[in-house]
Design a protein around this ligand. Structure first.
Ligand SMILES: *Cc1c(COP(=O)(O)O)cnc(C)c1O
Length: 459
């Protein structure tokens, strides 16, 4: 039996005993019995299955590693935690304790950050939907507003005029880095001249002041050079906006998008092997930024604060999903299949990740190409279309990972209740950070018109 002291990053392990692969001879068995020294079977007996399990230690270590990679190369730096990646309060609070600001894209996320105690001026407000009331709240509380489009610019100007305040704003830019497909639906386009027009419009306003630039070039960006190109374009825009409008830019926000270590569907090279390290991203970004701001330093202009809104790369490997096999069968084509109690309802990323799946006991027999289904009455509920694994039995637990990014926010309350989420703290104590749903929770917001209450004709 293996005793694992640390959080184990699970790996995909095709079990073909005795056959050589690129790792040499495959170890006879690979399985995880414990998560941070807590037996999986204890977790399941106490908190049920399926069960999300977060590691506070891993989360803190991830954000510290990211911070260190950037701070040793460039300063000043600010991290904004991307709420939509995982907005469980315990996750956000951990990251705020580590010094991250909040990056939000809706009133709901903004209110969540405020309720946790994050002051308005430590909240970066992105996204294409900010109502007049929301903007008024942001202006009142000093939130950092990232303007997405012309209508929003006019609306904000109106709000600022009513509040009788000069509001500093950040302009969201979009452009072609030559790497990732440009996300032209957010922000102002640089190549077409739309962005510089918006900068001029702001400089002509009595109520708005341009102080920051933002862009987010996409998610799961596997090429650090995409960020070099991004930073170069943003710095060039900063120089021309300052020259043409007299503004002073004090922050450059490069968004998020660093990849996590997991294979993607439809990508036939293993991204698990090729995902750049945080140091590689930091190097590409900071080297370019230092080079592009040499002149500024010579002119004694302020060094812009670099803001990073990394989500996925910080949280993904800090959370796993424990699930149980509820039935097994052999499909007509001879392929073995297992139905798990967790499916795409809890695992939105199953649509594009090949999640790692690891048993919690040594599995006997030969690995076979197996399908893992979720519990939903729906054909698309597939956790893994194809995985080499020995025969599974009802009651077996499987650990699915990484699941920290975009699952606890994009999950569906569809057919099943959503399960408990626990976090293991650095002392090894387990707390429930979100309770399993139940009928009274589900019914809380519904009400039944009087005439529909009873009187059912069911004979
Ligand atoms: C989603 C998002 C992020 C986080 O992206 P990741 O790919 O999770 O790192 C950061 N900034 C903005 C504006 C976003 O929309």
């Amino acid at each position: 039996m293996s005793v694992k002291k640390n959080w184990i990053k699970p790996t995909i392990t095709p079990h073909r005993e005795g056959i050589l692969n690129k790792f040499g001879r495959v170890p006879a068995k690979e399985y995880i019995e414990e998560i941070e020294e807590i037996p999986v079977k204890d977790l399941v007996s106490q908190f049920g299955s399926p069960l999300f399990v977060l590691s506070e230690k891993q989360l803190r270590s991830n954000i510290r590693r990211l911070k260190q990679a950037f701070e040793t190369r460039y300063q000043p730096i600010v991290f904004g935690w991307s709420y939509k990646t995982n907005y469980l309060n315990a996750v956000c609070a951990t990251l705020h304790q580590e010094g991250s600001w909040a990056e939000v894209v809706s009133l709901f996320e903004y209110e969540k950050a405020r309720a946790l105690g994050v002051p308005g001026n430590r909240i970066l407000f992105n996204g294409p939907h900010k109502s007049k009331d929301t903007l008024a709240l942001c202006v009142e509380e000093g939130a950092r507003i990232h303007i997405d489009n012309m209508d929003e610019l006019y609306l904000l100007e109106d709000v600022a005029r009513i509040a009788n305040k000069l509001v500093p704003v950040t302009l969201r830019l979009n452009f072609d880095t030559g790497f990732a497909e440009p996300w032209s639906r957010f922000g102002f386009n640089v190549e077409s001249g739309q962005a510089i027009d918006a900068a001029r419009r702001i400089s002509n306003s009595q109520w708005l002041k341009l102080t920051g630039l933002h862009s987010h070039i996409g998610t799961f960006i596997l090429e650090p050079n995409a960020y070099s190109a991004q930073v170069k374009i943003m710095c060039e825009f900063m120089e021309s906006a300052e020259q043409q409008t007299g503004c002073i830019i004090d922050s450059l926000d490069i968004g998020g998008g660093f990849a996590s270590r997991i294979d993607l569907q439809g990508v036939y090279v293993s991204t698990e092997q090729t995902t750049p390290s945080i140091d590689q991203y930091a190097d590409a970004i900071c080297t370019t930024l230092l080079r592009e701001t040499v002149k500024r330093r010579a002119q004694n202009k302020p060094q812009p604060t670099l803001i990073i809104e990394s989500g996925r790369a910080i949280i993904d490997d800090a959370e796993v999903l424990v699930s149980s096999v509820v039935s097994t069968r052999r499909l007509p084509n001879g392929k073995p299949a297992a139905v798990l109690d967790a499916g795409v309802n809890l695992l939105f990323t199953a649509f594009w990740y090949h999640h790692r799946v690891q048993p919690t006991r040594p599995l006997d027999g030969f690995a076979e190409d197996t399908v893992l289904y979720g519990p939903l009455c729906m054909n698309i509920d597939v956790v893994r279309q194809s995985i080499m694994i020995p025969p599974l039995q009802v009651g077996d637990q499987l650990i699915i990972s990484p699941v920290g990014a975009y699952n606890n926010t994009q999950w569906l309350q569809f057919i099943e209740y959503r399960p408990n989420i626990v976090m293991i703290n650095e002392e090894g104590q387990v707390s429930v950070i979100r309770q399993a749903e139940n009928l009274s929770f589900m019914n809380q917001l519904e009400s039944l018109p009087e005439h529909l209450n009873g009187n059912f004709k069911l004979d």
